[in-house]
Design a protein around this ligand. Structure first.
Ligand SMILES: [Zn+2]
Length: 415
């Protein structure tokens, strides 16, 4: 066939001999028959090592490739098996598709690119595939990219966080590079075993290069980081510490509200109930009405106002940062110890217990803000990933979109 080269070029096939092109009247699809060039024959589908042939496997089979004009197109070829010393009897590698895939590289990469650039329905309609198939495609595209690129080479500062991806307490552990804001790694689970897996894939040497780790105050994170990254300082995320203070403040508000209610002070109780947002917000963001509410509390409710000031001053600590922040935190602790508000005395105790991590965050000015921003986007992706069969597919989607692993469109150079 004179146009064999043209067909190979149109399909973007290298190391492949096109034998025939036919229109299948029954299926209404274009079928391109091909075989690998000799040099790429008889290799293990997983490791690519040359090995002895075994049998003809499933015989002829088809791989879906990109459409030609209006018709769907398939690549058809033998699918022999080989006997690999390491992987046993296994389907031989083909130069046009990933191992175990029913779609060609060109199709897989196009699907992966589209997923990060178009809506769910656009991808499904354009490619004429089910959403769960897209899930399988992105999973293998990312697995392939992870196996061939080293994204952990110059890692210094990382942030660890968790995100719930399904109702019923399903969580992902998420790792972000503080210097690039890129999602580095995510896996289902929220425990030390999950986190261990990340440091396993990093290896001893690269773990030793990590200097700063930011995270919330979870015990399991602290334990694993201390054991695996000997040169790293753990910085506790200021956002979480301020959230503790907000919680303590709310506890005080509820107490005084209950006391007012039980004492029959209806108006006071109502005011306190509505004061929630005024107390929560940063002073600069208050509406006039909320500012009024707060002024009222300052006049009539000393304990609650004291709690409010304690929360605000703790927030100030993290705004100041550095030595000034540390000095203010010392003063804050002294104040909190004798404030006669049990919730804040308890908070002072927690802060004392986590002092090293808080001071590290203050002196390095490291917060989990970048991690939070990745998480916000990841939360949107969990909705898009609805319909994928596994959490691994959600992780793969996240790596494509937020981890910089999206492949270029077939035949185009990376820009
Ligand atoms: Zn092998």
């Amino acid at each position: 066939m004179r146009s064999a080269r043209l067909w190979a070029g149109l399909l973007g096939l290298a190391k492949v001999v096109v034998e025939d092109v036919e229109f299948d009247e029954v299926e209404q699809v274009l079928v391109v028959s091909a075989r690998p060039r000799k040099a790429t024959k008889r290799r293990c589908g997983r490791c690519g090592k040359r090995c002895p042939g075994y049998d003809q496997g499933e015989g002829r089979r088809r791989w879906r490739t990109l459409d030609f004009g209006q018709v769907r197109a398939f690549l058809e070829a033998d699918s022999p098996r080989v006997r690999c010393a390491e992987h046993g009897v296994i389907a031989a590698q083909v130069p046009w598709a990933r191992h175990g895939a029913g779609h060609t590289y060109a199709f897989d990469d196009t699907a992966a690119w589209l997923v990060t650039h178009c809506s769910k329905s656009a991808v499904r309609d354009l490619l004429r595939i089910a959403w769960r198939t897209v899930g399988s495609i992105v999973t293998r595209v990312v697995a392939d990219a992870e196996a061939t690129t080293d994204r952990f080479a110059n890692l210094r500062r990382i942030g660890i966080d968790e995100i719930s991806y399904k109702r019923g307490h399903k969580y992902l552990t998420v790792i972000v590079d503080h210097d690039t804001g890129v999602l580095l790694w995510a896996r289902p689970g929220r425990d030390s075993t999950t986190l261990e897996k990340f440091f396993d894939s990093l290896g001893v040497q690269r773990c030793a290069q990590i200097t700063l780790v930011s995270a919330d105050a979870a015990e399991w994170i602290a334990t694993v980081v201390a054991a695996r990254c000997q040169n790293a300082e753990l910085c506790l995320d200021p956002f979480h510490i301020v959230a503790w203070a907000t919680k303590a403040l709310d506890e005080v508000r509820r107490e005084v509200w209950n006391a007012a209610r039980k004492g029959g002070q209806k108006t006071v109780a109502k005011e306190l109930k509505n004061a929630r947002f005024a107390l929560w917000k940063n002073p600069g963001d208050l509406t006039d009405r909320q500012a009024c509410t707060l002024a009222g509390i300052a006049k009539t409710n000393a304990p609650l106002y004291r709690a409010y000031l304690l929360k605000e001053q703790l927030r100030q600590v993290f705004q100041l940062k550095g030595a000034e922040g540390i000095a203010l935190l010392d003063a804050w602790l002294k104040w909190a110890w004798r404030c006669r508000l049990p919730a804040f005395v308890k908070l002072a105790r927690s802060i004392r217990d986590h002092r090293a991590g808080i001071d590290a965050a203050l002196s390095h000015g490291l917060s989990n803000a970048r991690v939070e921003s990745v998480n916000t986007k990841l939360r949107l992706l969990t909705r898009i990933a609805f319909g994928f069969r596994s959490p691994e597919a959600l992780v793969a989607l996240a790596m494509l979109d937020l981890g910089g692993m999206c492949p270029p469109l077939p035949g185009r150079a990376i820009t």
